[in-house]
Design a protein around this ligand. Structure first.
Ligand SMILES: [Ca+2]
Length: 358
């Protein structure tokens, strides 16, 4: 682990496309922002103290579901996109075997059950080992995780490390830091999950993380190979928000038109045609695949690429805005370092019942 990686993990330096940068909607390079500090709007009314309800006051479908995985019939589809970001190229046909995938993102209540059964300790809760971060100031080698903190002063002009802060005490139980809690957020997606944490949870259930191919195939929901979004070609069909994303000028104004400033309870937005919720938005989702900056020349099974320490995230999050991220599309992707969790990334699991995707 290099000194730069120490700084990246701890969020104390670095100006290139850093670990802390890539965990956000990673479009910082070349962005031109001229902003005044704009006021945010208040969230719509909802019953006080019940953050497990959707913004309109109704229960999410998750409350009435056993969250059994959904069967996905395999087939062929065009993976990737030649029309969007370079890392999504090139489009290529892929065959996917039958599999089952969680209907929802893994929630805090589900992860709590796992921890209570296994006494598992997540990466963010562990004391960082000095030998893994040579040269690091011992004072910053403390358990914690990366938290998005909306800037109140944008005079620095687009320094992503000022938005992502390594917060001591932040972890899945304390999403914003040691003083925060998941009480009242039981049906929200679990966050601050590093890759090995997600693997451990999936293994506990006899499942796996989805491959990027499985995830992208499932996210498309059978809508066709070249639609812009998981639900078709319009971001807001008939004026409806289809996913929890960011409305307004990121990172300073979150107008919350979709009802959510941060995570939403799973299942509050319409499912795709496979019956899967929140494949797009809410939180980025981890896959089993190591990351390459594009599909061209990638091995058929990216899990075989063991030299990388970055894994593929899919789906975008509540922080993805039109002016900065726009990665709320099935082929969109970005990396997450293996030892990193953040306040806007979680996961779901798959159960493989056929031959591996190829
Ligand atoms: Ca939102």
């Amino acid at each position: 682990m290099t000194d730069m990686k120490v700084k990246q993990r701890m969020g104390v330096g670095g100006s290139h496309y850093t670990k802390m940068a890539v965990v956000s909607c990673a479009c910082v390079v070349g962005i031109v922002i001229f902003l005044a500090i704009l006021p945010g709007s208040d969230l719509p009314d909802r019953p006080a103290g019940d953050n497990n309800l959707c913004h309109n006051g109704i229960e999410s479908s998750f409350a009435h579901s056993e969250n059994k995985p959904v069967f996905i019939k395999g087939g062929r589809f065009v993976m990737g996109s030649n029309r969007h970001r370079p890392e999504e190229r090139s489009e290529h046909e892929v065959t996917v075997a039958d599999f089952l995938i969680d209907r929802y993102e893994v929630t805090n209540s589900q992860f709590t059950a796992f921890v209570e059964a296994t006494a598992y300790v997540t990466v963010a809760e562990r004391q960082p080992r000095a030998e893994d971060y040579p040269g690091a100031d011992p004072d910053i080698l403390v358990p914690g995780s990366a938290v998005f903190v909306a800037p109140t002063d944008f005079s620095g002009g687009g320094n992503i490390l000022s938005w992502w802060q390594y917060v001591p005490g932040a972890n899945w139980r304390h999403p914003s830091g040691s003083d925060s809690t998941i009480e009242g957020l039981e049906n929200h997606p679990v966050v601050h999950i590093a890759w090995e944490d997600a693997q451990a949870y999936a293994g506990w259930l006899g499942r796996e993380l989805p491959t990027e191919t499985q995830w992208e195939y499932a996210a498309r929901g059978g809508t066709g190979d070249n639609t812009n979004y998981a639900w078709g070609n319009k971001m807001r069909p008939d004026g409806h928000w289809m996913a929890n994303t960011w409305q307004g000028l990121f990172p300073v104004r979150n107008s919350t038109e979709d009802g959510y400033r941060a995570t939403a309870p799973v299942g509050c937005f319409p499912p795709n045609d496979y019956g899967l919720y929140d494949m797009i938005g809410n939180v980025w989702e981890l896959t089993s695949d190591t990351y390459r900056a594009g599909h061209t020349g990638a091995p058929a099974n990216a899990r075989a690429t063991t030299s990388s320490t970055e894994y593929v995230l899919k789906g975008g999050s509540f922080l993805c805005s039109p002016n900065f991220c726009a990665r709320y599309r099935p082929p969109a992707r970005q990396p997450q370092e293996a030892d990193t969790g953040t306040s806007h990334a979680g996961f779901r699991t798959v159960l493989n019942i056929g031959s591996a995707s190829k």
